[in-house]
Design a protein around this ligand. Structure first.
Ligand SMILES: Nc1ncnc2c1ncn2[C@@H]1O[C@H](COP(=O)(O)OP(=O)(O)OP(=O)(O)O)[C@@H](O)[C@H]1O
Ligand SMILES: [Mg+2]
Length: 564
């Protein structure tokens, strides 16, 4: 929780300003019925107002002053509420932006394996929705709670000053209102939480369908999917109906309770008025205050329920903020941007500390080596290359670059010099050009054409109506898998990296095109270090030597030793 308070503390001056506004707002709330009281108790009784500054003025002027002050109270109350709302929104948003930015920064540092374990939906929910809890705590819990307490306190003090005897009606009504409102609010919270759950189920039903569209159709599951949707949809409607009924019943019960309180005041009040112990004006103030009891009591009970709900969100935010699986940045740059060797020294790696994926890897790759990394599916090829760019860290042992632990280097310097093309091509919605020059915006048309030739996409792009400016669709879905892979390759080849790593980067491309791409790359980048993983044995021919992964162990082999 200290972490959360530290966010509040950054804006302490605004918080104090808001508290002052709240004091004024509640003062005006209390003043609301007073002009009417003075009208009844003095002017209607043909007496002058009990203020020496105005008591000598004419009757009309005094009445006018009373009417004007009535309007003025409402005007100032509104103005302060406006100022207060603006300040609260600013305060809440400032805190929300700060915490979201911190979480976003944190996400950039967390190990890639964390994201494999958590669903994207969960992380998005924590970053966007759960963080709102901190805003809710600031704007909808703390300040309304304080203002309600001040108002309740004010009401009791004023009533105590006027007439002790009627105070008991307030003492009697307040707890009953409090108990019944909090009971009803609890029920409403339950229903509205259920409604939110049902709505999210409905959303995920649609999301599931969209993600698995082709599988649903291939296996003729449209009918069962429709049924799921219908059930989800009617669940939402039912909960909505329930919530509406609860809301209306809530208002009904509260109104009746307030009427009972008012009736009690009328009963005792009228008697007191008749026995001259109370003025009509005072009675009006009592009735008006009794009606305004609902606001603060409701707000306090809501604040309490909201508090518990928000704490659940805050806990999820904190667990993300305190996530310690982070990659700590190093301090050094890679000298002259030259990588003379990458070395694995007794590296062990496990995702879950139960099963070793890599068991004691020892090998050294030198500058401008061409290395094929081969092994069965699931043998750990992607794991090895992820260790080279610090997507993940060795569980034991060291990865060395130029004989220094990889952890000493700045991540930026490391990733500027080692560029990985992953197994699954990642494209953004945008044009082909935007996808290619993401790595290097200053690239010339000539260089782009050159790289398109290397990845054998030049003819394809030329023949598109919009050429390089063709839109590729959401995640590049308007292109074939092989085309997407080649765009990913082109994006990497345009960087100035010293080492290129291709993790099955050409697996979806036909053999003859793949052969041309490999030959082009090896010719064009003969001085760069190239490490590539592959299932296809024939691809080892472009390498100088082969690293074979088998049961977590790595052996260096000559390519001629492999039966192709
Ligand atoms: N995030 C993860 N959490 C737990 N285990 C994982 C995770 N990612 C991979 N694995 C396991 O680690 C092993 C090695 O995976 P890796 O992706 O390195 O294999 P690969 O050799 O690249 O396979 P492929 O040729 O199919 O791409 C696999 O057995 C896999 O089950
Ligand atoms: Mg792999």
């Amino acid at each position: 929780m200290k972490v959360i308070y530290s966010y509040f503390y950054r804006y302490i001056k605004i918080a104090i300003f808001i508290l002052f506004q709240i004091l004024f707002i509640q003062l005006f709330q209390l003043l609301k019925p007073w002009p009417i009281k003075f009208a009844f108790d003095y002017l209607i009784e043909k007496k002058s107002l009990p203020f020496s500054a105005v008591s000598y003025l004419s009757f009309d002027t005094q009445l006018f002053i009373l009417c004007a002050s009535f309007v003025l109270i409402y005007f100032l109350l509104g103005a302060f509420v406006l100022l207060n709302n603006i300040s609260k929104i600013y305060f809440g948003n400032a805190i929300l932006t700060d915490i979201r930015t911190d979480i976003y920064r944190k996400l950039q540092k967390i190990q890639i394996s964390y994201f494999n374990r958590k669903s994207a939906g969960d992380i998005i929910y924590r970053t966007i929705n759960d963080t709102q809890s901190i805003q809710v705590i600031a704007t909808k819990i703390i300040f309304p709670f304080i203002s309600s307490i001040i108002l309740l306190f004010g009401i009791f003090v004023v009533i105590f000053q006027i007439n002790h005897k009627l105070l008991f009606v307030f003492f009697f009504t307040t707890p009953i209102l409090f108990l019944s409102i909090s009971f009803l609010n609890k029920a409403i919270f339950k229903v509205s939480n259920k409604l939110r759950e049902k709505e999210s189920t409905l959303l995920s039903t649609v999301e599931y369908f969209l993600n698995n569209l082709s599988v649903v159709r291939i296996f003729n599951k449209e009918d069962s999917e429709n049924k799921k949707f219908q059930i989800s949809s009617s669940d939402v409607l039912n909960q909505n109906l329930k919530l509406n009924i609860f809301d209306t019943v809530h208002a009904w019960i509260v109104n009746v309770l307030i009427a009972v309180g008012t009736a009690a005041i009328l009963w005792f009040g009228v008697k007191q008025v008749l026995s001259n112990n109370l003025t009509i004006g005072d009675l009006i103030i009592f009735i008006s205050y009794l009606e305004s009891l609902y606001g603060p009591i409701n707000s306090i009970t809501q604040s309490i329920s909201l508090y518990y709900e928000s704490m659940a969100g805050i806990k999820r935010v904190l667990s993300l903020l305190n996530e310690n699986e982070i990659i700590v940045d190093g301090h050094e740059n890679i000298k002259d941007n030259i990588i003379n060797h990458i070395e694995f020294k007794n590296v062990y790696f496990s995702f879950d500390s139960k099963r070793w994926i890599i068991k004691g890897a020892n090998f050294k790759i030198f500058r401008s080596d061409k290395v094929a990394l081969i092994g069965k599916s699931g043998s750990g090829k992607t794991t090895i290359v992820s260790l080279m760019i610090r997507f993940i860290e060795p569980t034991m042992g060291e990865v060395l670059i130029n004989s220094k632990n990889i952890k000493e280097f700045k991540l930026k310097s490391l990733r500027d010099n080692i560029c990985l093309v992953g197994q699954r091509p990642v494209l953004f919605s945008g044009t082909i050009l935007e996808n290619i020059n993401y790595s290097n915006l200053d690239i010339s048309d000539y260089e782009i054409n050159e790289v398109l030739k290397i990845v054998c996409l030049d003819d394809f792009v030329k023949n598109l109506p919009d050429g390089i400016h063709t839109y590729v669709g959401e995640k590049g879905t308007m292109l074939s898998e092989g085309q997407r892979q080649r765009i990913s390759l082109a994006r990497a080849l345009l960087t100035n990296a010293e080492v290129f790593i291709f993790d099955e980067a050409t697996s979806a491309i036909d053999n003859s095109t793949q052969k041309r791409i490999f030959e082009n790359i090896m010719n064009r980048f003969q001085y760069k270090t190239i490490i590539y993983t592959t299932h296809r044995l024939e691809n080892v021919s472009y390498s100088d030597y082969v690293l074979v992964i088998k049961e977590g162990m790595i052996f260096k082999t000559d390519k001629s030793d492999l039966k192709i």
